[in-house]
Design a protein around this ligand. Structure first.
Ligand SMILES: Cc1cc2nc3c(=O)[nH]c(=O)nc-3n(C[C@H](O)[C@H](O)[C@H](O)COP(=O)(O)OP(=O)(O)OC[C@H]3O[C@@H](n4cnc5c(N)ncnc54)[C@H](O)[C@@H]3O)c2cc1C
Length: 388
C-alpha cells in the first residue's frame, strides 16, 4: 500500500518546525550570513523546542523520530536558512554512527548529554588529502593498552570548533583501503587534538567548518564505535541514513527560491507588463514547482524505506542527487528572474544561490552519487529487455 498522507502527529511536527523556522531562523538568517557568527542562540532555542537530535531514541532522552519526521523538519529549517539547518542537523550526522553501532553504555555516555544540553557532535571522515574516497583515510590509530593513539588531520568538519564530541574515522596502522578503518568518539578536551577555523566559505556561512589536527591524541578504547575494521561500513551506513535529509534540505531551499521568484515576478515590470505575465517566466516557475514536488517525494521514499528497516542505499543517493542538482538549477533560475538585482548581495536570492552549491558537494558529491547509482545499475539491476 502506498499512502502519501501524513499522520496528525507528523503534520503537527511540521507545523511546529515551520513556525520555529519562520519566527526564529528566518529573521536572523541575513545577520548570521553576513557576520559568519556562530548561531549559538538559535541552536539553544532549537534544542529547547525539541527540534534537534531528531533521531536519538527516546530511551536515551531524544525525541526518537523516524527518518520521515526528520525530513519534514529539516525541509522547513533549510527553507529559512540553509546554513543554520546545516549547523543544527550536523548533530544528527554526528550521532548516527553511535545510534547505528554504539553500545548501550556509549549511547548513554555520548547521546544522552546531547539531549540534556545544547551540546554539539561532529562527524569527521574528510581530510586535507581526501574527501570522496573514504577508503583512502590516512589518519592513523594504534592500540596502546587501554587506549588508541590517533595521528593525522581532518578538514571541512561542520561544527568542529564548537563540538563537545567529534566522531573521528582513522585507520589501524599498516592496513589498506576499506580494511582497518575505525571510528572513535573523541571528546573536545582530548589532549593532542586541536581544532582550527572557521574556514571562510561561499555559502552556509552560519555553519562552522573546522580543520582538526591530531598529534598523539589518546582516546580510551571504550570510545571505539563498533569492532576494529568496521569504520568504512559504518560511514556508509551513516550516509544512507543522512543523505535523505540533504535531499530534504535542498527541497526546502528550492521551495524558498521559488517563492522569492514568484513574489518578485508579481511586482517587477518590463515591457509594460508584470514579469509573471510572460509565459517564459511562468514556465520557469512551473518547472520549479514540478521539480520540488519530485524532490520531496524522493526524500520521503528514501526516508520511508529507512523507517521500514529496508535497504535505502540507492534511494538515499537518488534523493540526494536529484535534490541537490535540482536545488542548484532552481536557485539559478530564480536568480535569473531577478535580473541584475539577483546579483546583488542585498537581495536574499543571492544567499540562496550561494547556499545551494554545497548540497552538490557534502555527504558525497553528485559525482559520487552517480557512481553509486551506476554501479548498482551495472552490477545488480536486472533489465527486463534482454536484447539490444
Ligand atoms: C561546508 C562543508 C561542510 C562539510 N562538512 C563535513 C563534515 O561535517 N564532515 C566531513 O567528514 N566532511 C565534511 N565536508 C567534506 C565533504 O564531504 C567533501 O568536501 C566531499 O566529500 C568532497 O571531497 P573533497 O572536497 O576532498 O573532493 P575530492 O574528493 O577531491 O573530489 C574533487 C572532485 O572530483 C570528483 N571526484 C572524486 N572522485 C571521483 C570519482 N570516482 N568519479 C568522478 N568524480 C570524482 C568529486 O565529485 C569532486 O567534484 C564538508 C565540506 C564542506 C564544503
Amino acid at each position: 500500500m502506498v499512502d502519501f498522507r501524513l499522520s496528525e502527529e507528523q503534520i503537527a511536527l511540521r507545523e511546529k518546525a515551520r513556525k520555529f523556522a519562520l519566527e526564529e531562523v528566518y529573521p536572523v538568517a541575513p545577520y548570521y550570513d553576513k557576520t559568519g557568527e556562530f548561531p549559538m542562540d538559535v541552536i539553544k532555542k532549537a534544542h529547547k523546542e525539541g527540534l534537534m537530535n531528531l533521531g536519538i531514541p527516546k530511551e536515551y532522552g531524544g525525541p526518537g523520530y523516524g527518518a520521515l519526521e526528520s525530513v519534514l523538519v529539516v525541509e522547513e529549517m533549510a527553507a529559512a536558512c540553509a546554513g543554520m539547518a546545516t549547523t543544527i542537523y550536523a548533530n544528527d550526522l554526528g550521532a548516527e554512527p553511535i545510534i547505528l553501532m554504539g553500545t548501550d553504555e556509549q549511547k548513554r555516555r555520548f547521546l544522552t548529554p546531547l539531549t540534556r544540553e545544547p551540546l554539539l557532535i561532529s562527524f569527521a571522515t574528510t581530510e586535507p588529502g581526501m574527501g570522496s574516497d573514504v577508503a583512502g583515510i590516512r589518519t592513523t590509530c594504534e592500540r596502546d593498552g587501554d587506549e588508541y593513539v590517533l595521528n593525522g588531520s581532518k578538514m571541512f568538519i561542520t561544527n568542529g570548533n564548537h563540538a563537545e564530541f567529534i566522531v573521528i574515522f582513522a585507520r589501524l596502522k599498516g592496513t589498506r583501503r576499506h580494511e582497518g578503518l575505525c571510528a572513535f568518539v573523541v571528546p573536545r578536551e582530548t589532549e593532542g587534538m586541536k581544532t582550527y577555523g572557521p574556514l571562510k566559505k561561499l555559502g552556509h556561512r552560519a555553519s562552522d567548518t573546522a580543520t582538526i589536527v591530531l598529534k598523539d591524541a589518546r582516546v580510551p578504547a571504550e570510545n571505539r564505535i563498533g569492532p576494529e575494521g568496521s569504520g568504512f561500513m559504518l560511514a556508509m551506513m551513516t550516509f544512507m541514513h543522512t543523505r535523505p535529509a540533504i535531499g530534504a534540505m535542498a527541497t526546502g531551499l528550492a521551495r524558498s527560491a521559488m517563492e522569492y521568484a514568484i513574489n518578485y515576478a508579481k511586482q517587477r515590470e518590463a515591457f509594460e507588463k508584470k514579469l509573471y505575465e510572460f509565459q517564459a517566466i511562468q514556465h520557469m516557475i512551473a518547472d520549479m514547482y514540478a521539480r520540488i514536488e519530485a524532490m520531496r517525494l524522493l526524500t520521503w521514499k528514501a526516508a520511508w524505506l529507512l523507517d521500514q528497516g529496508e535497504n535505502a542505499w540507492i534511494a538515499a543517493s537518488v534523493a540526494k542527487l536529484v535534490g541537490s542538482e535540482d536545488a542548484m538549477k532552481i536557485a539559478t533560475d530564480a536568480l535569473q528572474i531577478y535580473g541584475g538585482r539577483g546579483y546583488l548581495e542585498s537581495y536574499k536570492i543571492a544567499k540562496i544561490f550561494r547556499d545551494a552549491k554545497l548540497y552538490q558537494i557534502y555527504e558525497g558529491t553528485s559525482q559520487i552519487q552517480r557512481h553509486i547509482i551506476s554501479r548498482y545499475l551495472f552490477k545488480e539491476y536486472q533489465t527486463l529487455i534482454k536484447d539490444f
